[in-house]
Write a protein that binds this ligand. Sequence first.
Ligand SMILES: [Zn+2]
Length: 82
Amino acid sequence: MPLFEYYCNDCKKDFTLLQSANVNKEETECPDCETKSVDYKFSSFAAKVAQTSMRRTSPVTADELPKKSVLNLPLPRLRSEL
Ligand SMILES: [Zn+2]
């Protein structure tokens, strides 16, 4: 199932839901406040395509690489465990 991105007009924030492609997006509720006042943005698949096409005009900078490796590192342990 694809991921769909929405914007909640009450929470003023984005959220992502895993839904079947033929779900009625008009009936989608915000998982936090359960309002139906949400805007469907796009599927994450479409977003990735858009980002990929945008990246082609600007090559990956050295600044992006350290961020990715940091994300893969385990969370730091408490100091008492060291
Ligand atoms: Zn909400």
